[in-house]
Every structure is written in C-alpha cells, then in structure tokens.
Design a protein around this ligand. Structure first.
Ligand code: BYC
Length: 318
C-alpha cells in the first residue's frame, strides 16, 4: 500500500472515531491502535482470571453455605469475564495460546491489586466492595470505548460486577454490625486494601505514557486520575455508612473543588508490584501455570471431541 493510501485510510479512521462510530474486527485500523488494544484487553483478561485466585483462597472457609454459594458464583463470573475478554482480544489477530504464553512468561501485566494476599474473611468483603467497586468505575467508562467487541463485553461485565460489589459490601455491613472483633477485622481489611485499590487506576496522568493516545482513540473515555477521584468520591460515604475509617489522614472534602482531597499514593510500592515484586506475584503466576498444565488433558479431550464431531458431519454429508 502506498503512503498516500495509508494516509487516506488513517484520515477515514480518525473521522470514524470523531463520529463515535465503533471500530469492528474486520475494519481497517492503524497498527498502533490494534497493538494498544491487544495490550489493554489482554491485561484486562489476565486480571480477571488471576483475580479469581485471592478469592478462591476462601471458598472452603466461607462462614456459611449462603456465603459460599455467593462467593463461588462471583468467582465463576470472573472466569466468564476472562473468557469474553480473551475472545474480544482474539478478534485483533492474536491467539489464545500466545496470550497465555505472555501471561505465564511474565511478559504481560495484570492488575497490581491481585498480588496482595487475602488474610481474613473480611477481605472477601473488601475485594467485592473496593476492588470490584474500582473495576466498575473503570469499566462503565469502557462501555463507551471505540472498539466494538471490547465495548460489548463491558456491558455484561458491568452488570455482573455490580452484583459482586454489593455482595462484598454486604459482607462488611454484617461484620460492622457484629461483635467488636468482627468490626475490627473489617477495619483492618480496609486499612490493607484502600491504598492498593487506588493504585488499580494506574499511574498519575502526568506519568501515564499511554493515556494521551488512548483518550484520543477513545479507548479510554476518562483518564486514570479522573476515575480515581470518582472512586474516592463515591466510596467515602459508603465507608461512613459502615462506620469504618479510611486510612488516610489527609482525606478531606474540598468544597471549592466539590471533590475529596486525598493523601499521596506510595508510587514506589505500585511500581514494585507492577514489576513483579509484590507480596504474591510469584505465587499467582505459579498457580496459573499449574492450572494451565493440569488442564491440558481437558483441552486435548475437548479438541478430540470437536474433531470427531466434524468427521461425523462430513461422513453424513457424503
Ligand atoms: N496494575 O500508561 P498507563 C476485576 C501499567 S479485574 C498493573 O496508565 P494504560 C476483578 C500499564 O499497563 C479488572 N499494571 O497504562 C477480577 C502500563 O504498562 P505497559 C481489571 C498497571 O493501559 C477478579 C503502565 O503501567 N481492570 O475487576 O493506559 C476479582 C503505564 O500505565 C496498572 C482492568 O484491567 C495496574 N493497576 O492504563 C475481582 C481495566 N496500571 O502495558 C475483580 C482495563 C497501569 O505500557 N485497563 N499499569 O507496559 C485499563 O483501564 C488500563 O489499562 C489501566 C492502565 C487504567 C489499568
């Protein structure tokens, strides 16, 4: 293709983005648009399935049958989200095997939040309330993203995340209305999860290399800082209802800005975790690799079955 042809395709593409049209898999797209979507969608997919692990840790220790059923359903939903997102990512011309290889080799990132341990039952509350709460804020914005398959996956994911958030909040509400020990467990959990939840939104805009281009392409509809502020503003009143204290002495309503001011995030901790040195990074990847290897016989059996079905169809057609 000549340079002029590429330029005119690029202009048509930018005009479609400006008109808020969705870009579909077979449409022409700049190579950088394709690559940055593979990067973000695959990181998102990996986050969903790695994110099953911290909560999976509590299935056998849920305090009642009702809690166990709800937790199981939630974790299963996260696996489903991974499935929609891997499928959306594959439409950009990368295979599932390549995506798994990137995760298992440590080449691909996944959300920093899942490298923290779940130490008590209250952490099931905090993960639902804060982690799913942060995810919803990010993902509601992503429903308006420009790439069709990603945007459509978000619609269903957001509906399910809202159930997840409420089940987490209800766990904490119960603990906060329980014994002093239960309330202290909830407070301890909030103390540990608050700051890592704020880190989920990524680095400050000024230090985010991808935001500017991603906002231009309408991959991101809001910046990291905008979403983080929205999360804080929404979550503080919810903590007040629980009677819990957010572990930030600088947190204060700013009447002029009509937003909460908040303290400095420990960005050194964030980058350490992103680079693989968080409390559970090695454990999480080892668990995923192990699950993949142990699941090989299931994949082989499914492929063999599919091939047999194809053969039968061919025989019947002859
Ligand atoms: N953790 O330029 P930036 C869930 C990386 S799961 C790790 O701002 P971008 C759930 C970033 O990738 C929901 N890495 O990047 C599941 C980039 O590195 P590369 C998870 C992070 O992409 C189970 C570099 O830092 N949600 O809900 O424009 C149970 C510079 O950052 C993080 C998603 O995945 C991080 N927190 O913006 C319960 C949402 N932040 O790739 C719940 C989809 C940044 O250049 N993703 N990095 O080497 C996004 O919206 C965006 O990718 C981000 C980052 C806002 C996260």
């Amino acid at each position: 293709m000549s340079e002029n042809e590429i330029k005119s395709l690029e202009e048509m593409f930018e005009a479609r983005i400006a008109r808020d049209e969705k870009i579909e898999p077979k449409d022409w797209m700049p190579e950088k648009y394709r690559k940055t979507h593979i990067r973000q969608i695959s990181q998102h997919a990996h986050s969903e399935i790695v994110g099953m692990l911290p909560e999976g840790n509590w299935i056998t220790r849920a305090p009642s049958l009702r809690r166990k059923v709800a937790l199981l359903a939630k974790i299963q939903d996260e696996g489903g989200h991974g499935l929609y997102l891997y499928s959306a990512c594959e439409t950009l011309g990368i295979s599932r095997d390549e995506l798994f290889e990137q995760l298992h080799s440590g080449e691909a990132k996944y959300s920093s939040i899942f490298n923290y341990p779940t130490l008590t039952w209250a952490d099931m509350g905090s993960v639902g309330w804060l982690v799913d709460g942060a995810a919803i804020i990010n993902q509601v914005a992503l429903m308006g993203t420009s790439y069709g398959p990603y945007s459509r996956a978000m619609v269903r994911i957001c509906k399910e995340e809202s159930f997840h958030q409420r089940q987490g909040y209800e766990i904490l509400l119960t603990l906060c209305n329980g014994t002093p020990e239960q309330k202290a467990m909830a407070q301890d959990s909030l103390n540990r999860w608050w700051w890592p939840s704020l880190m989920m939104f990524g680095p400050r805009d000024a230090e985010s290399p991808n935001t500017e281009q991603s906002v231009k392409w309408k991959l991101k509809r809001k910046t990291n800082d905008e979403l983080r502020q929205q999360f804080i503003d929404q979550t503080v009143p919810q903590a007040e209802i629980l009677g819990l204290t957010i572990p930030d002495p600088q947190l204060k309503w700013n009447e002029e800005r009509k937003h909460y001011d908040f303290g400095e995030i420990d960005w050194n901790e964030f980058w350490q975790v992103v680079k693989g040195h968080g409390p559970c990074n090695k454990q999480r990847i080892a668990a995923r690799v192990n699950a993949h290897e142990n699941g090989k016989w299931v994949r082989d059996a499914a492929m063999a079955y599919a091939e047999k079905q194809e053969e039968k169809k061919l025989e019947q057609a002859i």
